[in-house]
Design a protein. Structure first.
Length: 79
């Protein structure tokens, strides 16, 4: 179970792979991807990461922003 207060950061991001299902991907954490090339990278207080893929990124983003009362940005690689 994940609570709203457990979320540290959430960003839109491209899917790590074209494989579907629930699996571990280094750098992404646990990935749950059913369809689509975009999704959300969720970072928790515990340091764990979760990626959830979606075909309807804009609709999902709007719903999550309302639910979490926050703005969701895009993931940027920082080197």
């Amino acid at each position: 179970m994940m609570l709203k207060d457990d979320i540290v950061d959430i960003k839109t991001r491209k899917s790590p792979a074209m494989t579907y299902g629930y699996h571990w991907v280094p750098g992404f954490g646990w990935v749950n991807n059913v369809r689509g090339r975009m999704g959300f990278q969720i970072k928790l207080k515990s340091g764990k990461k979760l990626f959830v893929g979606t075909q309807k990124i804009e609709e999902s983003k709007t719903a999550l922003e309302k639910l979490l009362n926050t703005r969701i940005g895009e993931f940027r690689n920082e080197f």
